[in-house]
Write a new protein. Sequence first.
Length: 293
Amino acid sequence: MWAHVWGFLYSSYFRFWLKWILRLLTGKCELQRLLGGAEAGARRTLSVEHSLESSKNKVLRNAVHVEEAEVEKCVRDVMKEKKIEQKDTGFKTNLHISLLQISGYKKLYLNVENLRKIPYDSENEEHEEQLIELWNLLMPHENLKARISKQWCDIGFQGDDPKTDFRGMGLLGLVNLVYFSKHYTNEARQILSRSNHPKLGYSYAIVGINLTEMAYSLLKNGALKAHLYNVVSGLPQMEHFHQFYCYLVCEFDKFWFEEEPESIMHFNQYREKFHEKIKGLLLDYSVVLTLQD
């Protein structure tokens, strides 16, 4: 309760006076202090994002909603509004980078969401080709005897037809599985082999789709901002989301075998524990969660 009261008082009263005092002492507005003081990355961009969102100035508030094509004009508008000289190239460059990251994150989420909304369609030739590609990447020495086959269970699907397993993650779940198998083929085959452990085994593909849901939810609620703002000094792309997914797959496999669950029946319990671990890591402004070469 007291936290909410303090938050309201700070945002409604104290923040304004604190900014006013700091401007009086430094001769710089809040954005100038943020963009000139912090190193490039999550700490700076998250602070800029919060400053813009909290501003009572419409031009500044709207800055967090601009599209990529509008960023340059938006930077000029903000500088004009805050009476910052256009020749201040440091401010201009740093604000441009931060706004690209902010707008890029929003666009990335929309792209991921659109892919998630596409249901797997067995009548779609491209969908079927990706599914067969997944099999060939993971099982190069074993031919798939039929499209509907119990062989799919060998790579961790639940039944004879994988299309029923994608459910809420739609095509995104398949694209993630294929990406990891294509770009980290050796790791994918090793993890698939480990997933067949007689005691600690798990369903590779099903867990992979589950981790897609985890990556998607972290992107949706904004938890991935710190990681992505540190990884790319510009527009986050689908590639960066896929790379984060690959990190999750490898880390979950290590986590699972380190924890040594009693059985697969406890999967949800350990999944949640892993989820909390990742969320904790993402709270660090300096976080970068990628696979090491």
